[in-house]
Design a protein around this ligand. Structure first.
Ligand code: SAM
Length: 282
């Protein structure tokens, strides 16, 4: 299969494009480990983002009820079709994933699970993950190859240097779990960074109760937008919220949060309590 990827690239005379994050997996073992970690069965609809020439798509199609593969680069489609010609349960869509409505794509609940699998293009990792988390859809599980640092940010705990708005968003919507690391030599061309495969089990119910989800994320962004400032100053300087420093301190006191705390030390529960109290007071 790895050999097949190289063969397909040669056969179709493909020039891989850096700006589209085209680092293709050539290590069969890594492909198999991702598919195994996804626990695919015939009760699953799998959406693969960026199938490339289809090395992972073939493995997915052998196990899943159906695979929908969304690839932006039309030059790859003929090779992808050839690789998947033996499968009747694969649909190939030549589109930018950012323009795809997952809910429409999955077309009702024919399958028990909707799983997203991707060796993601690194130039657009966070926007893709945020889109999948934020839009209304029935995805239960996602597994992604991402840059190692991004995986670290997704699983980071409060107070750690990697903890930020992405950690809070990912941990609000899912339970993230690192699966394994993948070195650059498993790809062509080799990326300049190490990679990690990460699993995101989507929460059926959120871990905290929010009065207003948009407001919660606005507060989180404000708190991390000015990392070096204390929470009081970050919230005071934040335009959407017209509060005096005294009022902000009063709210922090009510929650038992130190007046000099920085946003990066707050847990999701504390962010939830804070945003709920601020929301009530506006
Ligand atoms: N799945 C293949 C593999 O593992 O060898 C290719 C992975 S490569 C890291 C990322 C793939 O995503 C490329 O095929 C690229 O063309 C595609 N891609 C990049 N941006 C995309 C987008 N916005 N929507 C859909 N596919 C995209």
């Amino acid at each position: 299969m790895g050999a097949n990827t190289k063969e397909m690239i040669r056969k179709y005379n493909l020039r891989l494009t850096k700006s589209l994050g085209q680092n293709f997996l050539i290590d069969d073992n890594v492909v198999k480990r991702i598919v195994e970690a996804a626990g695919i069965t015939d009760n699953d609809l799998v959406i693969e983002i960026g199938p490339g020439v289809g090395s992972m798509t073939v493995e997915l199609a052998q196990r899943a009820g159906k695979v929908i593969a969304v690839e932006i680069d039309k030059r790859l489609i003929p090779a992808l079709k050839e690789n998947l010609s033996a499968f009747s349960n694969v649909e190939i869509i030549n589109k930018d994933i950012m323009d795809v409505n997952i809910d429409e794509l999955s077309g009702g609940r024919q399958f028990g699970n909707i799983k997203v699998v991707a060796n993601l293009p690194y130039y657009i990792t966070t926007p893709i993950i945020m889109k999948l988390l934020e839009e209304k859809n029935d995805i239960n599980f996602m597994i992604f190859m991402v840059q190692k640092e991004v995986a670290q940010r997704m699983v980071a705990a409060p107070g750690k240097k990697d903890y930020g708005a992405l950690s809070v968003a990912v941990q609000y919507y899912t339970k993230p779990e690192k699966a394994f690391d993948v070195p650059p030599h498993c790809f062509i061309p080799q990326p300049e960074v190490d990679s990690t495969v990460i699993k995101l089990n989507v929460n059926e119910t959120p871990p905290v109760k929010l009065m207003d989800k948009d407001f919660f994320f606005t507060v989180v962004k404000a708190a991390f937008g000015q990392r070096r400032k204390t929470l009081v100053n970050a919230l005071y300087n934040f335009k959407g919220l017209q509060k005096t420093k005294e009022e902000i301190k009063e709210i922090l006191n009510q929650l038992g949060i130190d007046e000099n705390a920085r946003g990066e030390t707050l847990s999701i529960l504390q962010f939830a309590e804070l945003s709920n109290l601020l929301f009530k007071s506006i």
